[in-house]
Design a protein. Structure first.
Ligand code: N01
Length: 530
């Protein structure tokens, strides 16, 4: 029997395999793709790149690795990030512990018996079963694409694509009329590039989003050298940063400065800082009045950038900035000034169906040759629930989470001993630099496994009461932020029938990491160790 099975070989699974193996555990990972990379393996749509700067969106567990890797751009493109993860897998000789083209379909907890300790039986789509004492779900938070159930979807005569399952050989849109459904980050990144290539692009928008400029550029070798020289210091500062990035929090309220000063700050942040724009003042995510100043600034920018007033109005969000995930773009708004781009408002009049010729809205059929579904993901819990996970007494995770996910620190859930999640619901995950969050989670799990091993214990399981307390704390901090009241994929609102509730932990990385450390200092408080 193995010590550990890891599900997934994205950033989390790759680091988990490395870390657990170095600690002497026998470990085997399963990955549905034919290579490492996870999200960065599947998302190959035009314009796909990171919205966190490359120098931060990378591992810090090995100083030689971070010294030798050369990022070429401020925000790395998908191919570059994929090459990086592949490099990590090769450099640390991890591939021989990863079984590719293999999807985990089920996992069942087995109580300790006279013959075997507590363990998990894991079933894969090749019909094999595997046994391991522990199971680590590194299955990703934005890895289960959501393809809306639009009537007639399968009747379309042309090709259709989901941004999260993009063909490896790429797509040639030259000369084609293309429909893009969805205007979240994936739509906003891909639309300008598809429009450059296609004969015509029709964008179907239900909810407009805020996008701020990425201000992407090649990284100057001197700048990179300087970062590398200070990497240790930068990484230490990141761990103290709310979003696990090394920026000092803005100390001032947006309402404490003059209009002119506020405008100057917003202009500077708009031009330079991408996603961090929402942190230009301390209270943008906590006070509706403060937030309105930033939301109005971006709304003004949309009016400046888009020539047609009616189109600009349609592109202007009516909810507070940052409430839903903000997008980072390159040339998104000016793309609507092109003659070959049409915006269709499907909030006023929804898509009625897909027909062989294209997309039907009311009586109008928008005839197209290809459809791009930029329609997002069953986020955070989707990949966990896609596996038939069964804990004590055959209880399924789906039953356990019927009213909404519950996971102590986002790491483990009661009734499912010896099962850990990386970036589970209740952890900061998508609200912070994910790579730093992943390393913190995997390190915590690794320390915990060593603790269990060194004491000859059989199992570790989250306790119901602490799990409920953590969920209540999670709700409480979410309500203190403007994010708590917005329907979004953070709350599961994008998936019909998904129970509501704000899933990621809003309290920031340092506070979260401190909670995790305190649990350990107090003898794994909140866990049953048997
Ligand atoms: O998905 P989304 P995404 N009919 O859920 C629309 C990360 N990411 O893939 O908002 C019509 O944000 C939906 O409309 P509405 C990042 O964290 C990062 O773009 O539900 N439309 C929305 O417009 C991001 O937030 C990067 O009204 C339908 C869109 O589809 C997350 O991944 C790049 C529909 C989905 O937007 C998800 O982004 C890409 C329907 N039935 C992604 N169903 C970086 O920059 C859905 N929509 C790093």
């Amino acid at each position: 029997m193995l010590d550990l099975i890891v599900v997934g070989a994205g950033f989390a699974g790759v680091y988990a395999v490395h870390k657990f193996r170095r600690l002497g555990f026998s470990v085997h990972a399963f990955e549905a793709g034919d290579d490492v990379g996870g999200t960065w393996y599947w998302n190959r749509y035009p314009g796909c790149r990171c919205d966190i700067e490359s120098i931060y969106y990378s591992y810090q567990f090995d100083d030689d690795l971070q010294q030798e890797w050369e990022w070429s751009e401020r925000y790395a493109s998908q191919p570059e990030i994929l090459s990086y993860i592949r490099h990590v897998a090769d450099r640390f000789d991890l591939r021989r512990h990863i079984q590719f083209n293999t999807r985990v379909t089920a996992a069942r907890f087995q109580e300790a018996s006279a013959d075997a300790p507590s363990h998990w039986t894991v079933t894969t789509d090749d019909g094999q079963t595997h046994r391991a004492r522990f199971c680590v779900m590194a299955s990703g938070v934005l890895s289960t694409p959501s393809l809306p159930d639009i009537p007639g979807r399968d009747s379309f005569a042309g090709e259709s694509y989901h941004t999260g399952q993009w063909p490896h050989q790429g797509v040639d849109f030259r000369g084609l009329k293309v429909a893009v459904i969805g205007t979240g980050s994936s739509g906003i990144q891909s639309i300008p590039l598809i429009a450059e290539q296609a004969a015509h692009v029709t964008v179907f928008q239900r909810t407009p989003n805020y996008a701020v400029p990425a201000s992407n550029r090649p990284l100057d070798p001197h700048e990179l050298r300087e970062v590398k020289f200070r990497y240790r210091e930068i990484r230490a500062a990141s761990k103290k940063g709310f979003t696990a990035l090394p920026f000092k929090p803005a100390g001032r309220s947006a309402l404490a400065v003059s209009d002119a000063e506020r405008e100057e700050v917003y202009e500077r942040w708009w031009r330079n800082y991408g996603l961090a724009f929402q942190g230009a003042f301390a209270d943008l995510l906590f006070s509706e009045d403060a937030n309105r100043t930033a939301s109005d600034f971006v709304r003004g920018k949309i009016r400046e950038l888009v020539d047609d007033e009616e189109v600009a109005d349609l592109l202007t969000p009516d909810f507070p900035l940052g409430c839903r995930r903000m997008c980072v773009d390159t040339d998104y708004y000016p793309t609507y000034n092109r003659d070959n781009v049409t915006l269709v408002d499907i909030r006023r009049e929804p898509i009625d169906g897909i027909v062989p010729e294209g997309v039907r809205v009311g009586e109008t059929v928008h005839a197209v040759d290809a459809i791009v579904f930029a329609t997002g993901y069953d986020a955070i819990t989707g990949a966990l629930l896609a596996v038939d996970l069964r804990g004590r007494d055959g209880l399924s995770l789906e039953e356990k989470w019927a009213e909404g996910p519950r996971a102590y620190l986002g790491l483990a859930t009661q009734g499912f001993p010896n099962l850990f999640m990386v970036n589970g619901p209740g952890s900061p995950s998508v609200l912070i630099n994910m790579v730093t969050g992943i390393e913190q989670h995997v390190d915590w799990i690794a320390d915990c496994l060593v603790h269990v091993r060194d004491r000859g214990l059989d199992a570790i399981e989250a306790k119901a009461r602490e799990e409920e307390d953590w969920a209540a704390h999670n709700d409480e901090v979410a309500q203190q932020s403007i994010r708590g009241n917005c329907a979004s994929w953070y709350t599961g609102a994008n998936i019909p029938g998904k129970p509501g509730g704000f899933m990621p932990y809003v309290g920031g990385f340092p506070t979260y990491a401190e909670h995790c450390e305190r649990v350990v200092e107090n003898g794994y408080r909140g866990f049953d160790l048997t």
